[in-house]
Every structure is written in structure tokens, then in C-alpha cells.
Ligand binder design. Structure first.
Ligand code: NCD
Length: 304
């Protein structure tokens, strides 16, 4: 279904596609657990073009490719490359890089920039985050994590907490979850509420400002830091910090089998004290992310 396609948007993952990739991710986890090198993507080369800082996402893409026997050429600081310094268009950069590799994973601080490069590219381009726009592979690994820990997505009550306005991860999660029978509880101050463009695609949701009132109902507690780099001033970002801290005290009211997800990095919203809570899954998610990206690569290459 995804063979040969660009992966630019969370909306490309309808229910069937998402479940298909999650099924493959479970198989990929077996490869990871076996400790053996796979040669599924032997001979393939991926370029990772990162115009915005990244730790997890770039390593995760590259690890996924390496684990499947493919190879990687990487630039973690594309803004300092000759292309960017000489104002080459993203279309041209896409055209050029795609003459050398079989797939491109790209991150950029501007919404829509990954799609622009994909226009010029002759090989599939995978969106590793485009500004406040979308982050489909993070949402994919989040969905895989929910499936893994809860056994299903349907029937769950999912709390999406924090900076819903600027967090591409939280926006992407809402979009992917809209294909399932879930109740979404959107928890944010009004100024950081989810944009209408995403909200209009949701079926069953409510918006609240305080997590304490709803935590008891949540099967999934999905948090992300205030995206301070996307605010006009630091003061405006700071105004919202510390409002949604998942303390052990708060977790006493949560379900025994709830799961706490976070794409990381975390700030004050996830104090270290809850790392030992068995419901805290954010570090395990990093491992799940490698399996999910291995699965996505296999589907994009049509070898699943
Ligand atoms: C997220 C991102 O870059 O959007 N991180 C990630 O991909 N693991 C979340 C964030 O930066 O807060």
C-alpha cells in the first residue's frame, strides 16, 4: 500500500494501513530481539537530511536502516551545507540527492518544506518532522506502542496533553487516532488548543484545561513538552510551562493499566520520580520506534 510512496502526512495512515505497518513492526521487533543482522534492505541506501536538530528521530531512522542491512548517508546539520548556504531550492536538493540514494528521511523547521523537497525527488521522501506541521513516523511508533501495551486502539480513552497548537507529534497522534473508535480528551490551555484543521477531522473528543479532572478515565496519557522554539517569545512559552506535570501523586488517580507516552525530550512535565512507574513507557517507545521505522521502510520498499 505504501510501496514507492512519499510519507509526508499522518493522514496517509488509514486504519488498514496503520494496522498493516504495526503488524510488520511486531515482526521487526523479533529481528531486533534475535540480535541477528537482517539483509532485507541490503543494497539500499538512505539519506537523512536534517535541517532542524534531532537526536532520537535521526538515530532511529538510521538504526532501522542499518538493522535491515541497508546503508546510510547522513547530514545532521543541513542548514550549514553548500546547498542551503548557496540558496539551492529544496526542489533541486531533492532532485540531486535522489540521484544517489533509494530513500530520503528529512526534517525541516518549516511546515511544508519536506513536501517541497519531495516534489523534486525521484525516490520516496519520509517526513521526519516539518516544523509545527506533521511528524507521521513518531505518531506511527506511538500507535504501535499503544497496540503493543493495550492490545488494541479501539475502545480506548486517550488523553492528549500540553501544547496541542505547536506540537506536531500531538497533532499527528490526533490525526492517526481519528481512524479508530477512541474517545480523545484534549487537555491544554485555550491558547494552546488544537487547530481547527485537525479538530474538524475528529469524531469523538472533548476539550478540558485540567488533567486532574480527567486522569481517572484515561487509558493512554500522551504528553509532549511546550514547544518553546515555536513561540514568538520565550516569555510566552514560559507562561505555560509546569501546567501539566505528571507527578506520582497525580498517577495515584490514574488507571492501573494506563500507559504514559512521550516522544521525548521531556522537560518538567515528566519528573524523574515517575520513571520507575511501570506505566511510564516513554523510554520503551524509543525501542519501539526502531521497529516501527524498520516496518515503514519495508513497506515503502515493498518488501514486507
Ligand atoms: C519530537 C519532535 O521533534 O517533534 N521529538 C521527537 O521526534 N522524538 C517532540 C519534541 O521535540 O518535543
Amino acid at each position: 500500500m505504501l510501496k514507492g510512496q512519499n510519507i509526508l502526512s499522518s493522514q496517509q495512515f488509514d486504519r488498514e494501513t496503520l494496522l498493516g505497518v504495526c503488524g510488520t513492526a511486531a515482526e521487526m521487533e523479533k529481528i531486533l530481539e534475535s540480535g541477528k543482522q537482517s539483509d532485507l534492505l541490503a543494497g539500499k541506501v538512505m539519506a537523512t537530511l536534517f535541517y532542524e536538530p534531532s537526536t532520537r528521530t535521526r538515530f532511529s531512522f538510521e538504526t532501522a536502516m542499518n538493522r535491515l542491512g541497508g546503508r546510510v548517508v547522513s547530514n545532521a546539520d543541513m542548514m550549514s551545507t553548500s546547498s542551503a548556504k548557496k540558496s539551492e531550492t529544496l526542489w533541486d536538493t531533492g532532485k540531486v540527492v535522489s540521484q544517489m540514494v533509494d530513500v530520503i528521511a528529512m526534517r525541516h523547521p518549516e511546515k511544508g518544506a519536506v513536501a517541497e523537497l519531495a516534489e523534486g525527488s525521484d525516490v520516496p521522501v519520509l517526513n521526519a518532522g516539518d516544523g509545527p506541521g506533521d511528524h507521521p513516523t513518531q505518531a506511527l511508533l506511538d500507535m504501535y506502542s499503544i497496540m503493543k501495551y493495550k492490545g488494541t486502539i479501539d475502545g480506548l480513552t486517550v488523553g492528549i496533553i500540553g501544547d496541542l497548537k505547536h506540537s506536531r507529534v500531538l497533532r499527528a497522534q490526533c490525526q492517526m487516532l481519528s481512524g479508530f473508535d477512541v474517545k480523545l480528551v484534549l487537555i491544554s490551555p485555550q491558547e494552546l488548543a488544537l487547530d481547527e484543521d485537525v479538530k474538524s477531522g475528529l469524531k469523538n473528543f472533548e476539550e478540558v484545561e485540567s488533567i486532574a479532572d480527567v486522569i481517572v478515565d484515561l487509558d493512554v496519557i500522551s504528553v509532549n513538552r511546550i514547544q518553546e522554539e515555536r513561540f514568538p517569545t520565550q516569555e510566552e512559552a514560559d507562561k505555560h510551562r509546569g501546567k501539566f506535570v505528571i507527578t506520582s501523586e497525580l498517577m495515584k488517580s490514574a488507571k492501573e493499566d494506563a500507559v504514559i507516552l512521550c516522544p521525548l525530550p521531556r522537560m518538567e512535565e515528566l519528573p524523574k520520580e515517575i520513571d520507575d512507574d511501570p506505566r511510564a513507557k516513554y523510554f520503551d517507545q524509543v525501542h519501539n520506534g526502531v521497529a516501527a521505522r524498520m516496518a515503514l521502510l519495508a513497506h515503502v520498499f515493498g518488501i514486507n
